[in-house]
Design a protein around this ligand. Sequence first.
Ligand code: TRP
Length: 458
Amino acid sequence: MDVQPKSMHGIWSGRWTFILAATGSAVGLGNLWKFPYVAGTFGGGAFVLIYLVCILLIGVPVMMAEVLLGRAARKSPINAMDHAVVASESRSAWRYIGWVGIFSALLILSFYAVIAGWAMDYLILTVKGALFEVSGDEAVLLFSNLVSDPLRLILWQSTFLALCFFVVAAGVQKGLGRAITILMPILFILLIVMMLLAVLKGDFFSAWKFLFAFDFASITWRAVLEAMGLAFFTLSIGMGAIMAYGAYMPAEASIGRTVLVVAILDSAVAIIAGLMIFSIVFATPGIEPSAGPGLMFISLPVAFGNMAGGQILGILFFFLVVIAAWSSAISLLEPAVAWLIEEKTISRQRACVILSSLVWTLGIGTVLSFNIAKDIKVAGLTFFDALDFLTANIMLPLSGFAIAIFVGFIMRDDLVRVQMSDLKIKYLAYWLWLLRYLAPIAVLIIFAMGIYDKFSSV
Ligand code: TRP
């Protein structure tokens, strides 16, 4: 079998395009919206430390394995798994990793587009000056006006999906590659500007103390599960997005070094976003860090509405969120699109139409779970909460586990080594140890304890 096949979809124009694309996928709502509010809910400090440890010891080795699988086959996740399974002469059940991956990507995208839509709505609200001098109660009202209006949510969800559609339909180099090289620099500049403004105007010292005061008493298994799920979610691993992007990675680029750069950039953005948001939150009386999913959409508007220059800050901020969500969402669409093209030999555009319509329809479930169907709950969770929990805390860690075991033990040794040929023997051994033992065992323990903890309290 050919050890390094060619991709029918194209190749990134260089190692840096892969780094930008993978960082674009990684940095998104997970960093800007989810990380701060979950860290706030679970009390800051110790949670943040556990999250970073999960990224380093579980996330990085699994991400390397995922990129490797993609590049070894240069195909969409489902066919990449097929390729590795056939080449390693192992059981075909491992192929389900690819299927589960593509399925969870579409599930995630269906709610991701709705939340990204909120950010677009808030961008317009801020531009129109609707946040001017809002009080806490008015901010709550603004938010509930938005989420209780299904049509308004659907309008934004559709607009956001259309943005993703255009990029993915244009292809790997002209669409994804070009979008990423434009979006990422904008994102970094916005983040730095926002950070400086937050330090100047906010309470940076309290934010720092909150995120880095390690109070281990507040940690439960439930929190550890959440930290691990968030680590998977924020790195975009455990479902094929990174496998799909890895398939377009130039052969000579180093997987280890590249993944490390992406993980460091991603964690840095989450920490910076946390510092920025909590600096603003702590400088505004009456706002709690543990406000939950509304943190970004209720607390921040109050802060923006009542500080000098807040409107500009607000516009920059929501623009940043939309760009970050956009560059992530395209990586949720690409794996399934690549698969449809390979399998059904249909055009990229047709594949995009079919899949975005599917995701759009599924997204209506999330839209309605905030209004008409908000009282329909399973195990105390609405449709949106259940989808979020199922994907981030169950599907991603379990496929991460399967990927670690597959690449660690099952995949043919020379196929693994050829992709990692640039790694020094010592580092290769460290990586294999983390992938074979530490990561899978840690995932299983955290998973079992976290699920037990969550459902024993319902
Ligand atoms: N990592 C993105 C974020 O933090 C979300 C995302 C994009 C994702 N692609 C993914 C999550 C694949 C899991 C799997 O917002």
